[in-house]
Design a protein around this ligand. Structure first.
Ligand SMILES: Nc1ncnc2c1ncn2[C@@H]1O[C@H](COP(=O)(O)OP(=O)(O)O)[C@@H](O)[C@H]1O
Ligand SMILES: [Mg+2]
Length: 225
């Protein structure tokens, strides 16, 4: 069993897209794969199909049923806000210890490869005291850091790498998922980040046309799992 935490420099960067592409690649390669998206904000139960858990379940070839969603994404909040704020809007909160317990139980129980998609960026608050960083540190599993290819992404990435190194978190790979309407060459971003990433591989994933979730970059990322 090996588990990876998929995190990013921010929201809407490509965590789900990269995780779904990796799931498809690994399944086709005959590997056992599972994925969790424990905390979801902006979850609209009337348009479930586009939600992160649904995208992951589709990639896993599993039914997008209420049961399956409850299993992989137990903390779902309606407001498209940081999870602590979205939870508070519903008079709820995220029980950090329960979140760690849920994640650890899945890590221990899952054969093959498990991806745990975080929420937002590396320091989005989960409650008044803890952020995603504390979640990742408690699990202590290698990270897949997904970053963008927009102007400014290099600084955001190096800031993230510095914080992750301070907490001594292990990195499996960094994926630069090319941003929409980018003015920056993907390869320039990859080369620049790689200069600062020590021995951690940096892999560029081009902006793929709508609906397509297959590219040789996924095989390349998989070599680092
Ligand atoms: N390399 C890419 N090619 C095409 N679309 C992408 C790519 N990376 C991200 N996207 C799209 O960008 C949007 C945000 O990505 P998503 O994976 O949902 O971000 P996150 O999970 O980090 O919030 C989604 O619509 C996703 O399909
Ligand atoms: Mg996502």
């Amino acid at each position: 069993m090996s588990a990876y935490f998929v995190t990013a420099t921010g929201t809407d960067i490509g965590k789900t897209f990269v995780t779904a592409g990796l799931i498809r690649y690994l399944c086709e390669a005959g590997q056992r794969v599972h994925a969790l998206k424990p905390v979801v904000s902006g979850y609209d139960s009337s348009v479930v199909e586009t939600s992160d858990p649904a995208v992951l379940l589709n990639a896993l070839g599993r039914a997008v049923s209420a049961d399956e969603i409850e299993h992989i994404a137990p903390w779902r909040f309606r407001a498209p806000l940081a999870p602590d704020i979205a939870a508070a809007r519903e008079g709820r909160s995220i029980d950090f210890d329960a979140l760690i317990g849920f994640s650890r139980a899945a890590i221990d129980a899952t054969p093959g490869i498990l991806f745990i998609e975080g929420v937002g960026g590396i320091m989005v608050p989960l409650d008044a005291r803890r952020t995603v960083l504390d979640w990742m540190a408690a699990l202590d599993i290698p990270l897949l850091l997904v970053v963008g290819g927009y102007l400014g992404a290099i600084s955001h990435t190096l800031t993230a790498l510095d914080v992750l190194a301070q907490r001594k978190l292990k990195m499996a790979a960094i994926v630069v998922s090319e941003s929409e309407r980018g003015t920056v060459e993907l390869e320039d971003t990859v080369v620049s980040i790689a200069r600062f990433s020590k021995d951690v591989a940096v892999i560029g994933l081009p902006r793929l046309p709508g609906g397509l979730n297959q590219h040789p970059a996924f095989a390349q990322i998989a070599t680092h799992l």
